[in-house]
Design a protein around this ligand. Sequence first.
Ligand code: ATP
Ligand code: MG
Length: 170
Amino acid sequence: MAGISLPGTTLLVLCGTPGCGKSTFASRYFRETMIVSSDQCRFLVSDSETNMAASREAFKLFRFTIERRLSLGRFTVADSTAITRQSRGELLRIGRKYGFNITLLIFNIPEDVCLARNAGRERRVVRSVIAKMRQMLQRTLRDAHNEGFDNVYIITEGDLNNPAFRINIR
Ligand code: ATP
Ligand code: MG
């Protein structure tokens, strides 16, 4: 894939296992303020990006912030694993409410690459969590086309390493 072209009123939902490179990808292509990250929300409500006990409140802030941006017509990137149908459904509901284009970007990156990247960073996720989420990702790759997204794109390792890959916001 050479790139993706998206309308300005897009909610771009990133989806993939921990360590696949979602946040790195987002910071390469989008302005900081466009990216709403569930880990950043965890940090804001609990002083820790990894505090799983704070997930409930963190995801409320995640959805609240996304909705506030959409109410102002702003292009928004939802940076979370979005690996469950329910989590994607919540984002679809918010996007629909504001008449946004809702595009799903699934990171289909080999499990060993995710594990190696996870091992090489400061904030590490338990290996078994990545393996379990890989199975959920397979289900997502199969089902996401029928969930109501306006577009579903699959990002591969080749796309991540392609310096010519572009995202155009129209
Ligand atoms: P999480 O869901 O846990 O937030 P993530 O999908 O956001 O994970 P990142 O934090 O972006 O993953 O990346 C994981 C690690 O892999 C980081 O250390 C990052 O620097 C490295 N990484 C990301 N993308 C690439 C790439 N294309 N090539 C090499 N290393 C990469
Ligand atoms: Mg991340």
